[in-house]
Design a protein around this ligand. Structure first.
Ligand code: NI
Ligand code: MN
Length: 227
């Protein structure tokens, strides 16, 4: 079974696994990194890591049109269900078996207020175990935290980490994160979208290659990789 991960730019990701289409943090309108038209996208599930506008993004309009189920923390799920969307609320440390695999919400060191000022609960990340037992860790927006070592103990095939600095881990802390997580492969995201998060992903990739045994997959927005 092949799982494909598509990077739309910033923190917006599509995961195609076992015939299911997952969209993570679907930020398209206002996202300088992508020209993708969100009205043309299909989704079965939309995963939202936290309430910030560059992550909730176009969740409401895409979910309304496609009927996708929004998966997020309880607070964001309740906010989305009040807008008539199908939702499934989870919370940090809790996992649930969906038709596409087992999805656990993980801790993130960040904020989560929603664009309209509503309380968005705590920010998170997701650890997806696909039906063929591949593990993808989506850190979400986060600073470095030591319990990434515990997440790494699960045996991560692919980690998706922010490296932009300012709002999240920068390159140096993201390198430490790779050392704690020990994934087979890592994809850097959440950089170069805005002036304050400009980073040289190529030089980060060289450091990861020389200091860890993790393979770096450098995608450009609009590119994808399979695992
Ligand atoms: Ni954020
Ligand atoms: Mn963000």
């Amino acid at each position: 079974m092949v799982t494909t991960l598509h990077w739309y730019g910033h923190a917006t990701i599509g995961i195609f696994t076992s015939g299911y289409r997952l969209l993570v943090d679907p930020f398209f309108r206002g996202n300088a990194a992508t020209t993708e038209d969100p009205e043309k996208l299909q989704a079965d599930y939309i995963l939202v890591t936290h309430g910030h506008a560059d992550h909730v993004g176009d969740t409401v309009s895409i979910a309304r049109r496609t009927g996708a189920t929004v998966i997020s923390n309880a607070e964001i799920s309740t906010w989305a269900s009040k807008q008539g969307l199908k939702t499934h609320g989870q919370h940090l440390g809790g996992g649930f078996t969906y038709p596409f695999g087992y999805l656990k919400m993980t801790f993130a060191l960040h904020g989560s207020a929603l664009p309209d000022g509503s309380y968005g609960g705590n920010p998170g990340g997701f650890l997806l175990t696909t039906l063929d037992q591949r593990k993808i860790y989506l850190a979400g927006d986060t600073g470095l935290f030591g319990d990434m070592r515990l997440i790494g103990d699960e045996g991560i095939d692919l980690a998706v980490l922010p490296i932009g600095d300012n709002y999240t881990m920068g390159p140096d802390d993201a390198l430490l994160a790779v050392q704690l997580l020990r994934p087979q492969a890592v994809i850097p995201i959440h950089f170069n979208t805005f002036p304050v998060i400009q980073q040289d992903a190529t030089s980060w990739a060289e450091k990861v290659a020389s200091q860890t045994s993790t393979r770096v997959i450098l995608l450009k927005p609009g590119e994808e990789t399979s695992l």
